[in-house]
Ligand binder design. Structure first.
Ligand code: EPU
Length: 285
């Protein structure tokens, strides 16, 4: 039907870090209408609602999540199409898939997305970026469920997007978006795709992680700071500061969320004490 779900679903199955306790109600609506009905049902009853896409920028605590965790998938959530040179993708589409679809359609500018592990919904919520480009550089419009439970579409100019944060998509849940790029030759698109992949392959770990842990402070990139503080290779239980990039914590197998959180706190305390820098998490905790 329009929806699937389960009770006490382990979030370690739904996060790229592979950690996290159970979600009380795990729900997978397959249509915008089912999504809206679910959110409105929960809001009317004061049941906490969270939306989780690919769980790639998420650190779920070992105690799990109380309330409803909604995972949009299937139907329009998983659809991607092109019209008049613009690409429309559902919240549940992987950025990598959006990028390859754009390339096949002869539209360039999406290549940086090849290495982003998340889905469109998450990328919109946090204005994900890499290689000097951000999601909202390419957004034309976003369709979302608003705070009053109504599905609306807003153009790019009507949305405030900051570095790794789009405040209004905290309680307005993105359902799909339309993106723009530049018409380009397949060969040039492939070159940029390969360059992005090659850079990522040497500069970021392949082990299970949540991407970058901290936002870049204005002074020094977080990865460089963690590196200079000597944390690369440090472990706490089964969590380890990546040897490849200081701003990644990797799961060496069977890590608990507490292992990761412990490392985060240790690093923050040291950055504060040694450099006077306040490192803010970039992952959602
Ligand atoms: N560096 C070190 N040691 C390290 C890591 C980095 O000295 O262990 C140095 C690098 O040599 C470079 C500088 O720090 O001079 C910046 O590093 P990098 O080029 O890897 O970029 P970044 O600022 O660490 C940002 C994004 C990444 C994105 C990359 C590539 C943030 C917090 N991070 O990383 O995004 O993939 O650029 O474009 O904005 C994410 O959002 O999850 C993420 C990983």
């Amino acid at each position: 039907g329009d929806m699937d779900g389960s009770l006490y679903e382990p979030m370690k199955r739904h996060t790229t870090m592979l950690v996290g306790g159970p979600a009380q109600f795990w729900l997978e609506p397959h249509t915008f209408e089912a999504f809206a009905a679910l959110v409105n049902y929960c809001r009317d009853r004061n049941i906490a609602v969270r939306v989780v896409g690919r769980g790639s920028n998420l650190l779920v605590r070992d105690g799990g999540i109380r309330g409803a965790v909604i995972h949009p998938e299937g139907g329009l959530f998983s659809a991607v199409s092109v019209k008049d040179g613009l690409i429309t993708a559902g919240a549940g589409v992987r950025l990598k898939k959006l990028a390859s679809f754009a390339g096949d359609a002869g539209i360039g500018g999406f290549e940086w997305m090849e290495g982003i592990p998340g889905n469109v919904g998450g990328a919109l919520r946090m204005n994900a970026g890499a290689m000097g480009t951000e999601t909202f550089d390419q957004v034309v419009s976003v369709t979302f469920l608003d705070e009053d439970g109504v599905i609306r579409t807003r153009s790019r100019a009507e949305i405030v997007a900051q570095y790794r944060n789009v405040p209004e998509l905290r309680r307005n849940f993105a359902l799909q978006a339309t993106f723009k790029g530049e018409p380009d030759q397949a060969e040039r698109i492939k070159e940029r795709w390969d360059a992005s992949r090659a850079k990522r392959r040497v500069s970021q770990p392949v082990a299970a992680s949540a991407g970058c842990i901290f936002k870049n402070p204005e002074t020094t990139p977080a990865g460089k700071l963690v590196d200079e503080l000597g944390f690369k290779g440090s472990t706490n239980g089964k969590a380890e500061v990546s040897e490849v990039h200081g701003n990644f914590i990797v799961n060496r197998g069977g890590a608990a969320a507490g292992d990761v959180l412990g490392l985060i706190e240790t690093i923050r305390a040291e950055a504060r004490a040694a450099r006077g820098v306040e490192l803010e998490p970039e992952v959602k905790i």
